[in-house]
Design a binder for this molecule. Sequence first.
Ligand SMILES: *Cc1c(COP(=O)(O)O)cnc(C)c1O
Length: 390
Amino acid sequence: MSFFLEESDRLKALPPYLFVEIDRAKKKAIENGKDVIDFGVGDPDGPTPDFVIRAMRKAIRDPWTHHYPLDRGNALFRRAVSGWVKNRFGRSFDPESEVLPLIGSKEGLSHLPLAFLNPGDVALVPDPCYPPYKSAVLFAGGEPQLLPLKEENGFLPDWEAVPAPVLKRAKLIFVNYPNNPTGVTAPRAFYEKLVGWAVKNRILIVSDLAYSEVYFGKERPLSIFEIDGAREAAVEFHSLSKTCNMTGWRLGFALGRREIVDRLLRIKANMDSGVFTAIQHAGVEALRHSPSFTRKANRLYRERRDALVGGLRDLGFPVRPNEATFYVFTGLPGGRADSTLFCKNLLETCGIVATPGVGFGAAGEGYVRFALTVPVPRIKEAITRMKKSF
Ligand SMILES: *Cc1c(COP(=O)(O)O)cnc(C)c1O
C-alpha cells in the first residue's frame, strides 16, 4: 500500500473530472507524433497584451507590491473596477465596500457557497455548466439541484420545475450568461423574471459574467445589476481571464452589496491572502484598455466562428452560430448520441480535440463543444480532415 489515508467523503462525492481523461488522450496522440488540432481548452490562444505586461513590469519593481496584499485588495484596482463597471453597465458600486478582488473568478465562485450554505441546503445549478459550481456546492456540504438547460428553451433554466419542498431548502442559484458551454446570452426579460422570483423566494443569484466582453451580436451582454431590484438578490463574478487574455494571471472580482461581499471576504481572509498587488496594478491597465482590446479580439473570434460554423454545417452538424463566448456548442451529426465516443473517434481518426457535452453534465449529452482558440487556417484544416473521414 502506497498511502494509508483514504480520501475524504468530500472528494469521493465529486463527479469524475472528464477533462483530465481528454487531456491524457490528447497528450498520448501528440507523443505518437499526431498533428493535433485542439478545440478543447477554454483558454485564449493569444498572449496577454503589451499594455498589461508593461504595467506589471513597472509594478513589480516597486518593493511596496511585494508584501501581503490588503484584505480588501488594492484601492486603485477597486476604483478602476468601479469606474469600468459604471462605464460598461451604468451602475455604481462603492469601491470601498462593494468590490472585492479575486484570485480569478473561479476562486470567488468556489468560496461563495462556504459563506452561505449549511449542510442540507440546496443550490440550483444549471446542467450543463462550468464544473466548479457543482463541486463548490458539494464542498460546502450543500446539495446541487440540477436545472436542465434545453436547446428549445434557448438554454435558459426553468426554475418553476423545481419541486416546492426542494425550493424551500434552496439558498443559491447559479446563472452564467454569456454561457459556457452553450454560447448563448440571456435576454433582459429572463433576468427580470429571475430577479422577481429570487427576491420572492429569498434565493441569492450567483451571476457568473466571465464572458461579458466576448460577444458578436449588436446587443452587449447584460449585467444582472442592470435589472431593478437585483442589488437585493444578486452577487456577480467578473474575470480578466477571457476579457484580456489573462487566464494565467488569476485576476477577477466580485460585485455586490456590502453584506454579501463581506461574507465572502471573511471566508477568503481565512483561506488566502488575496491577489498579488503587482497583478492588481496590471489589472488597472487591463481594464483601462479593455474596450479597444475587446473589439479586436471579438473580430478575430467572429471570423473563426464563421469558418467553423460554416464548415460544421456542411458536414451535417445541427449547429447554430453562437452569439457570444468563444464556444460553438452543437448537436452531433448523423443521429449520433454518445458525445464521449464521438470525441474519442474524432481524436483518433482526425487528430481533433473537442469536448464532449456530457463533461458539463448529463443534460449536455448529445452535444460537443468546440473552443474558438484555433486560427482560421487550422479550422479549415480540421474541416477538411472531418470531410475525409465522415
Ligand atoms: C473561464 C471561466 C471562469 C473563470 O475564470 P477565472 O480564470 O477563474 O477568472 C468562470 N466561469 C466560466 C463559465 C468560465 O468559463
